[in-house]
Design a protein around this ligand. Sequence first.
Ligand code: NDP
Length: 455
Amino acid sequence: MSLKSINPYTGKLIRSYPEYTQKKIDAIINATHQDWQKLKLTSFKERSVWMNNIAKALITEKEALGKLMVDEIGKPVKDAIAEIEKCASVCEYYATHAEGFLEDELIETEAQKSYVSFQPIGIVLAIMPWNFPFWQVFRFVAPALMAGNAGILKHASNTSACALAIERIVKQSGFPENSFNAIIISSSKLEETIKNPLIKAVTLTGSTGAGKKVAALAGGLIKKTVLELGGSDPYIVLKDADLQMAAETCVNSRLINNGQSCIAAKRFIVEQSVAKEFIKLFKAKMEAKKFGDPADTNFHLGTMARTDLRDDLHKQVLSAINQGAKCILGGYLPEGKAAFYPPTILTNVKKGNIAYNEEIFGPVAAIIIAKNEDDAIAIANDTSFGLGGAIFTKNIKKGETIARERLQAGSCFVNSFVKSDPRLPFGGINESGYGRELSLYGIKEFVNIKTVYIK
Ligand code: NDP
């Protein structure tokens, strides 16, 4: 069997990648373990130099690496290059801060000396998705290697070129050669790898379904997991919001990566008294976003990552309409081979509608009207997810209280769209997952928090 990378714009096969046999994967895991023995003894200073080498290589090669994403998933070229730059920034961030984050913490007891030390745990398996094929991986790689852990990457089946490029860049950086390896294998054959005793923990970014299966398997083996799963992020537009700014921000968030982002705005919950005006502004801005060849910088949107994902999205839109939603923009399958989906708006979305309940992973906005502020917050929290959320209001104090105390999600932003930032923790609650990536919290997920006590 082989994994196929198909260009979603041309519909053509880019390349087939023969799947690795279990024997080959076991050999890679053994080699990674061998080099972890060396890696864990290296100093933060050495790791910092190597991590900065990765950042430099990313910047030097950003056009070529970006092109891999344009080809494999139809990401607009400007966004692809920006993604590589962001990866370099997370490498630099951890190169600078890892040592401070993982410094021993002295704790006064009756002992002569007692403290907490943060020790590496070994190989962490990273199961990663196709939507940000570099960023999702680097926000794992940078803290993991800086903490002295090794990594094995199982990337999505449609992004093998990205996986191998990341492996090459890490290998050329100076870290012990097998500190980080990619394995080319479909998710259906991953069980043996998760069970391998040298794999100490698993981090997965992807759908809630995949997260549940991996967490169940890893849990049965007492292996820790961090799960960054889907979301149906609510964006609340209160009646005192700057509607122009809110509409602009909401559209930009909804259309990040052709609508395929876990933290894209998905449900727009608007107070009744400003709904008409907001919808007018929102529609005009969505209409202005054009899709086309992802390599052409004149277009805002490229294709979706795969035709099957695009077709599933369209089915969700049709079901939503069947269940009473009104489509006021888009909502059709463009002709031709390219996996395009137009910016789409569904209004009249009510509780029970698929666009209210499910994650819609594409450029489709569901607008829900709320009676008042309390109703808007209740609707926002009426979800099985809890990744991010945003509130638009000119009353900053009120916005902050809603963000801090009332919205149930891992990240809540006021008058801004939700974004990940190396300096801030990132992750969800409920079916959006658990654990945190990035910042001080991210690097401490996969370490042995060890107590040392000297009488
Ligand atoms: P998946 O969640 O299936 O894929 C993400 C990663 O998980 C891939 O590497 C995949 O490998 C792997 N995976 C899937 N199932 C398992 C399993 N049982 N055991 C181990 N690994 C597994 O995403 P899809 O590509 O199927 O996309 C479907 C939906 O998932 C999207 O429409 C969206 O809702 C959600 N999604 C959310 C993302 C996020 O950022 N939170 C990112 C991507 C998708 P393989 O490719 O080989 O199956």
